[in-house]
Design a protein around this ligand. Structure first.
Ligand code: TRP
Length: 333
Protein backbone atom coordinates (compact mmCIF):
# COMPACT_ATOMS: atom_id res chain seq x y z
CA UNK A 1 0.00 0.00 0.00
CA UNK A 2 1.35 3.45 -0.85
CA UNK A 3 1.61 5.96 1.94
CA UNK A 4 -0.66 9.03 1.85
CA UNK A 5 1.11 12.22 0.79
CA UNK A 6 1.65 15.28 2.95
CA UNK A 7 2.69 18.67 1.69
CA UNK A 8 3.20 21.54 4.04
CA UNK A 9 5.63 24.39 4.37
CA UNK A 10 6.69 27.68 5.84
CA UNK A 11 7.37 31.11 4.45
CA UNK A 12 11.06 31.79 4.70
CA UNK A 13 10.96 35.03 6.64
CA UNK A 14 13.08 34.17 9.68
CA UNK A 15 13.93 31.38 12.09
CA UNK A 16 10.99 29.32 13.37
CA UNK A 17 9.68 29.66 16.92
CA UNK A 18 7.97 27.49 19.51
CA UNK A 19 4.58 28.52 18.08
CA UNK A 20 5.57 26.68 14.89
CA UNK A 21 6.68 23.74 16.98
CA UNK A 22 3.36 23.42 18.82
CA UNK A 23 1.37 24.37 15.71
CA UNK A 24 2.78 22.17 12.98
CA UNK A 25 6.35 20.89 13.42
CA UNK A 26 5.25 18.49 16.11
CA UNK A 27 2.68 16.94 13.75
CA UNK A 28 5.19 16.80 10.90
CA UNK A 29 7.60 14.87 13.10
CA UNK A 30 4.87 12.44 13.96
CA UNK A 31 3.97 11.88 10.30
CA UNK A 32 7.35 11.31 8.73
CA UNK A 33 7.34 7.53 9.13
CA UNK A 34 3.72 6.85 8.24
CA UNK A 35 3.41 9.28 5.31
CA UNK A 36 5.27 10.41 2.25
CA UNK A 37 6.08 13.92 3.40
CA UNK A 38 7.25 17.02 1.53
CA UNK A 39 8.21 20.27 3.28
CA UNK A 40 8.18 23.35 1.13
CA UNK A 41 10.52 26.27 1.79
CA UNK A 42 8.03 28.88 0.60
CA UNK A 43 10.39 31.62 -0.54
CA UNK A 44 8.17 32.80 -3.42
CA UNK A 45 5.27 33.15 -1.03
CA UNK A 46 7.54 34.94 1.46
CA UNK A 47 8.23 37.51 -1.24
CA UNK A 48 4.52 38.36 -1.53
CA UNK A 49 4.80 40.51 1.58
CA UNK A 50 8.57 40.97 1.68
CA UNK A 51 9.40 42.33 -1.75
CA UNK A 52 11.29 45.13 0.04
CA UNK A 53 13.65 42.60 1.64
CA UNK A 54 14.62 39.70 -0.64
CA UNK A 55 17.88 39.32 1.33
CA UNK A 56 15.91 38.24 4.37
CA UNK A 57 13.89 35.80 2.29
CA UNK A 58 17.10 34.27 0.88
CA UNK A 59 18.92 34.00 4.21
CA UNK A 60 15.87 32.49 5.87
CA UNK A 61 15.90 29.51 3.48
CA UNK A 62 18.92 28.20 5.40
CA UNK A 63 17.52 29.28 8.79
CA UNK A 64 14.24 27.41 8.30
CA UNK A 65 16.04 24.32 6.97
CA UNK A 66 18.31 24.34 10.03
CA UNK A 67 15.23 24.50 12.23
CA UNK A 68 13.63 21.57 10.40
CA UNK A 69 16.72 19.42 10.71
CA UNK A 70 17.38 20.47 14.32
CA UNK A 71 13.92 19.44 15.54
CA UNK A 72 14.37 16.03 13.94
CA UNK A 73 13.01 16.24 10.41
CA UNK A 74 15.01 13.52 8.68
CA UNK A 75 15.84 14.26 5.02
CA UNK A 76 15.93 10.51 4.35
CA UNK A 77 12.22 10.38 5.21
CA UNK A 78 10.95 13.89 4.50
CA UNK A 79 11.73 15.75 1.28
CA UNK A 80 12.68 19.39 1.88
CA UNK A 81 12.30 21.48 -1.30
CA UNK A 82 12.53 25.08 -2.48
CA UNK A 83 9.40 26.70 -3.93
CA UNK A 84 11.09 29.20 -6.29
CA UNK A 85 13.02 26.36 -7.93
CA UNK A 86 9.97 24.29 -8.82
CA UNK A 87 8.66 25.92 -12.03
CA UNK A 88 5.57 23.70 -12.14
CA UNK A 89 4.29 25.44 -8.98
CA UNK A 90 4.38 28.84 -10.70
CA UNK A 91 2.83 27.40 -13.85
CA UNK A 92 -0.03 25.75 -11.97
CA UNK A 93 -0.57 29.01 -10.05
CA UNK A 94 -1.14 30.88 -13.32
CA UNK A 95 -3.65 28.28 -14.46
CA UNK A 96 -5.49 28.23 -11.12
CA UNK A 97 -5.86 32.01 -11.06
CA UNK A 98 -8.46 31.54 -13.79
CA UNK A 99 -10.53 29.33 -11.52
CA UNK A 100 -10.86 31.83 -8.67
CA UNK A 101 -12.34 35.33 -8.60
CA UNK A 102 -10.77 38.46 -7.14
CA UNK A 103 -13.83 38.80 -4.90
CA UNK A 104 -13.27 35.29 -3.52
CA UNK A 105 -9.59 36.04 -2.84
CA UNK A 106 -10.59 39.25 -1.03
CA UNK A 107 -13.09 37.33 1.08
CA UNK A 108 -10.57 34.74 2.32
CA UNK A 109 -10.52 35.36 6.12
CA UNK A 110 -6.78 34.70 6.43
CA UNK A 111 -6.01 37.13 3.61
CA UNK A 112 -8.34 39.72 5.17
CA UNK A 113 -6.62 39.43 8.56
CA UNK A 114 -3.16 39.56 7.04
CA UNK A 115 -3.99 42.60 4.89
CA UNK A 116 -5.16 44.39 8.02
CA UNK A 117 -2.16 43.27 10.10
CA UNK A 118 0.30 44.41 7.43
CA UNK A 119 -1.41 47.77 6.95
CA UNK A 120 -1.41 47.43 3.17
CA UNK A 121 -4.43 49.72 2.85
CA UNK A 122 -5.17 49.99 -0.85
CA UNK A 123 -1.62 49.03 -1.83
CA UNK A 124 -1.99 45.26 -1.71
CA UNK A 125 0.71 43.52 -3.76
CA UNK A 126 -1.05 41.47 -6.45
CA UNK A 127 1.12 38.48 -5.56
CA UNK A 128 -0.10 38.71 -1.99
CA UNK A 129 -3.79 38.77 -2.85
CA UNK A 130 -3.26 35.80 -5.17
CA UNK A 131 -1.13 33.64 -2.91
CA UNK A 132 -4.05 31.34 -1.99
CA UNK A 133 -4.06 30.18 -5.63
CA UNK A 134 -0.29 29.61 -5.41
CA UNK A 135 -0.74 27.68 -2.19
CA UNK A 136 -3.36 25.55 -3.95
CA UNK A 137 -0.72 24.90 -6.61
CA UNK A 138 1.80 23.87 -3.90
CA UNK A 139 -0.59 21.40 -2.33
CA UNK A 140 -2.05 19.89 -5.49
CA UNK A 141 1.24 19.66 -7.42
CA UNK A 142 2.21 16.97 -4.91
CA UNK A 143 -1.31 15.52 -4.89
CA UNK A 144 -1.19 15.90 -1.14
CA UNK A 145 -4.23 14.80 0.82
CA UNK A 146 -2.99 15.90 4.24
CA UNK A 147 -1.67 19.33 5.20
CA UNK A 148 -0.44 19.79 8.81
CA UNK A 149 -0.64 23.51 9.55
CA UNK A 150 -1.58 26.03 12.23
CA UNK A 151 -5.26 26.95 12.48
CA UNK A 152 -4.80 30.25 10.62
CA UNK A 153 -4.18 28.22 7.46
CA UNK A 154 -7.55 26.42 7.40
CA UNK A 155 -9.23 28.96 5.05
CA UNK A 156 -6.38 28.43 2.57
CA UNK A 157 -6.98 24.69 2.46
CA UNK A 158 -10.68 25.33 2.01
CA UNK A 159 -9.96 27.60 -0.94
CA UNK A 160 -7.56 25.00 -2.36
CA UNK A 161 -10.36 22.45 -2.36
CA UNK A 162 -12.70 24.84 -4.16
CA UNK A 163 -10.11 25.23 -6.91
CA UNK A 164 -9.62 21.45 -7.01
CA UNK A 165 -13.36 20.91 -7.51
CA UNK A 166 -13.46 23.45 -10.35
CA UNK A 167 -10.47 21.91 -12.10
CA UNK A 168 -11.89 18.42 -11.75
CA UNK A 169 -15.30 19.58 -12.99
CA UNK A 170 -13.70 21.20 -16.04
CA UNK A 171 -11.62 18.12 -16.73
CA UNK A 172 -14.63 15.88 -16.25
CA UNK A 173 -12.62 13.50 -14.10
CA UNK A 174 -10.90 13.66 -10.70
CA UNK A 175 -7.34 14.59 -11.63
CA UNK A 176 -6.61 16.28 -8.30
CA UNK A 177 -7.46 15.01 -4.80
CA UNK A 178 -8.96 17.26 -2.16
CA UNK A 179 -6.76 17.95 0.85
CA UNK A 180 -7.46 17.91 4.55
CA UNK A 181 -5.85 20.29 7.04
CA UNK A 182 -4.49 18.68 10.22
CA UNK A 183 -4.65 21.32 12.93
CA UNK A 184 -3.50 20.83 16.54
CA UNK A 185 -6.29 20.81 19.10
CA UNK A 186 -4.46 23.19 21.41
CA UNK A 187 -5.09 26.05 18.97
CA UNK A 188 -2.68 28.81 18.18
CA UNK A 189 -0.02 29.71 20.73
CA UNK A 190 -0.28 33.41 21.66
CA UNK A 191 2.79 35.66 21.88
CA UNK A 192 4.60 35.96 25.23
CA UNK A 193 2.84 39.35 25.64
CA UNK A 194 -0.60 37.72 25.35
CA UNK A 195 -1.22 39.04 21.82
CA UNK A 196 -3.09 36.58 19.62
CA UNK A 197 -0.21 35.77 17.32
CA UNK A 198 3.37 34.84 18.11
CA UNK A 199 5.65 36.36 15.50
CA UNK A 200 9.25 37.30 15.17
CA UNK A 201 8.32 40.67 13.72
CA UNK A 202 6.00 41.28 16.68
CA UNK A 203 8.94 40.75 19.09
CA UNK A 204 6.83 38.33 21.16
CA UNK A 205 8.23 34.98 20.03
CA UNK A 206 10.61 32.43 21.54
CA UNK A 207 12.79 31.10 18.73
CA UNK A 208 13.65 27.41 18.49
CA UNK A 209 17.26 28.63 18.57
CA UNK A 210 16.77 30.91 21.62
CA UNK A 211 19.63 31.12 24.13
CA UNK A 212 19.02 30.04 27.74
CA UNK A 213 19.03 33.72 28.78
CA UNK A 214 16.54 34.68 26.09
CA UNK A 215 14.21 31.89 27.25
CA UNK A 216 14.45 33.04 30.91
CA UNK A 217 13.84 36.65 29.99
CA UNK A 218 10.83 35.77 27.83
CA UNK A 219 9.23 33.66 30.57
CA UNK A 220 9.93 36.29 33.24
CA UNK A 221 8.23 38.98 31.15
CA UNK A 222 5.30 36.71 30.31
CA UNK A 223 1.77 37.99 30.72
CA UNK A 224 -0.19 36.24 33.52
CA UNK A 225 -3.29 37.48 35.32
CA UNK A 226 -2.97 41.22 35.96
CA UNK A 227 -5.31 40.96 38.98
CA UNK A 228 -3.30 38.21 40.65
CA UNK A 229 -1.21 40.52 42.82
CA UNK A 230 -0.48 38.45 45.93
CA UNK A 231 0.24 34.75 46.17
CA UNK A 232 -2.90 34.24 48.30
CA UNK A 233 -5.18 35.84 45.69
CA UNK A 234 -7.28 33.56 43.47
CA UNK A 235 -6.00 33.78 39.90
CA UNK A 236 -7.31 33.23 36.36
CA UNK A 237 -6.01 30.35 34.31
CA UNK A 238 -8.02 31.31 31.22
CA UNK A 239 -6.14 33.92 29.19
CA UNK A 240 -3.05 33.44 31.35
CA UNK A 241 -0.21 32.97 28.88
CA UNK A 242 1.89 30.87 31.24
CA UNK A 243 -0.91 28.32 31.55
CA UNK A 244 -1.60 28.44 27.81
CA UNK A 245 2.03 27.49 27.19
CA UNK A 246 1.94 24.82 29.91
CA UNK A 247 -1.12 23.38 28.16
CA UNK A 248 0.89 23.16 24.95
CA UNK A 249 4.18 21.80 26.34
CA UNK A 250 3.71 20.23 29.80
CA UNK A 251 3.46 16.46 29.49
CA UNK A 252 2.54 15.96 33.15
CA UNK A 253 -1.16 16.59 32.57
CA UNK A 254 -2.28 15.54 36.06
CA UNK A 255 0.35 17.72 37.74
CA UNK A 256 -0.73 20.62 35.55
CA UNK A 257 -4.42 20.21 36.40
CA UNK A 258 -3.71 20.30 40.12
CA UNK A 259 -1.57 23.42 39.71
CA UNK A 260 -4.41 25.09 37.84
CA UNK A 261 -6.81 24.22 40.65
CA UNK A 262 -4.42 25.65 43.22
CA UNK A 263 -3.92 28.82 41.16
CA UNK A 264 -7.68 29.33 40.89
CA UNK A 265 -8.11 28.86 44.64
CA UNK A 266 -5.25 31.15 45.53
CA UNK A 267 -1.95 30.29 47.19
CA UNK A 268 0.13 29.73 44.08
CA UNK A 269 2.48 32.49 42.96
CA UNK A 270 3.33 33.43 39.39
CA UNK A 271 7.00 32.71 40.17
CA UNK A 272 6.28 29.02 40.65
CA UNK A 273 4.31 28.51 37.47
CA UNK A 274 6.91 30.46 35.55
CA UNK A 275 9.74 28.34 36.93
CA UNK A 276 7.88 25.20 35.88
CA UNK A 277 7.34 26.56 32.37
CA UNK A 278 10.91 27.76 32.09
CA UNK A 279 12.24 24.33 33.00
CA UNK A 280 10.07 22.71 30.33
CA UNK A 281 11.05 25.20 27.63
CA UNK A 282 14.76 25.01 28.48
CA UNK A 283 14.59 21.21 28.24
CA UNK A 284 12.68 21.37 24.93
CA UNK A 285 14.95 23.92 23.26
CA UNK A 286 18.43 22.91 24.54
CA UNK A 287 18.88 19.85 22.30
CA UNK A 288 17.37 21.70 19.32
CA UNK A 289 19.77 24.61 19.84
CA UNK A 290 22.78 22.32 20.14
CA UNK A 291 21.95 20.31 17.08
CA UNK A 292 21.23 23.47 15.13
CA UNK A 293 24.62 24.94 16.06
CA UNK A 294 26.37 21.75 14.88
CA UNK A 295 24.47 21.73 11.58
CA UNK A 296 25.17 25.42 11.02
CA UNK A 297 28.87 24.58 10.87
CA UNK A 298 28.30 22.61 7.70
CA UNK A 299 26.31 24.87 5.34
CA UNK A 300 27.31 22.75 2.32
CA UNK A 301 25.42 19.81 3.81
CA UNK A 302 22.33 21.94 4.39
CA UNK A 303 22.40 23.23 0.80
CA UNK A 304 22.81 19.68 -0.43
CA UNK A 305 19.70 18.57 1.48
CA UNK A 306 17.69 21.34 -0.21
CA UNK A 307 19.17 20.59 -3.65
CA UNK A 308 18.45 16.87 -3.50
CA UNK A 309 14.95 17.42 -2.14
CA UNK A 310 14.14 19.97 -4.83
CA UNK A 311 15.34 17.59 -7.57
CA UNK A 312 13.08 14.89 -6.23
CA UNK A 313 10.10 17.25 -6.07
CA UNK A 314 10.70 18.54 -9.59
CA UNK A 315 9.65 15.40 -11.48
CA UNK A 316 6.61 14.90 -9.42
CA UNK A 317 5.30 18.47 -9.69
CA UNK A 318 6.08 18.59 -13.41
CA UNK A 319 4.03 15.42 -13.96
CA UNK A 320 1.01 16.93 -12.19
CA UNK A 321 1.29 20.13 -14.21
CA UNK A 322 1.16 18.13 -17.44
CA UNK A 323 -1.87 16.22 -16.21
CA UNK A 324 -3.67 19.46 -15.39
CA UNK A 325 -2.81 21.05 -18.75
CA UNK A 326 -4.08 17.95 -20.47
CA UNK A 327 -7.10 17.58 -18.18
CA UNK A 328 -8.18 21.14 -18.92
CA UNK A 329 -8.09 20.27 -22.60
CA UNK A 330 -5.29 22.65 -23.54
CA UNK A 331 -2.94 21.90 -26.41
CA UNK A 332 -0.25 19.37 -25.51
CA UNK A 333 3.21 19.09 -27.06
N1 TRP B 1 1.19 29.81 4.10
C1 TRP B 1 2.13 29.04 4.87
C2 TRP B 1 2.67 29.94 5.98
O1 TRP B 1 2.24 31.03 6.15
C3 TRP B 1 3.30 28.54 4.05
C4 TRP B 1 2.93 27.64 2.91
C5 TRP B 1 3.20 27.86 1.59
C6 TRP B 1 2.21 26.42 2.99
N2 TRP B 1 2.74 26.87 0.85
C7 TRP B 1 2.12 25.95 1.65
C8 TRP B 1 1.65 25.67 4.03
C9 TRP B 1 1.47 24.77 1.34
C10 TRP B 1 0.99 24.49 3.71
C11 TRP B 1 0.90 24.04 2.38
O2 TRP B 1 3.56 29.56 6.69
Amino acid sequence: MTKPTILTGDRTTGPLHIGHYAGSLHNRLRFQDSHEQFLLLADSQALTDNAHDPDKVRRSVIEVTLDYLAVGIDPAKTTICLQSHLPALAELSMLYLNFVTVARLERNPTIKDEIRARGFGRDIPAGFLCYPAAQAADITAFKATIVPVGEDQAPLIEQTNEIVRRINATAGRPILPEAQAVIPQSGRLPGVDGKAKMSKSGGNAIALSASPDAISAAVRAMFTDPNHLRVEDPGHVQGNVVFTYLDAFDEDRAGLESLKAQYRRGGLGDGRIKRRLEGILQALIAPIRERRAQLAEDPAYVVDVIRRGTEKARNRTEATKREVVQGLGLFML
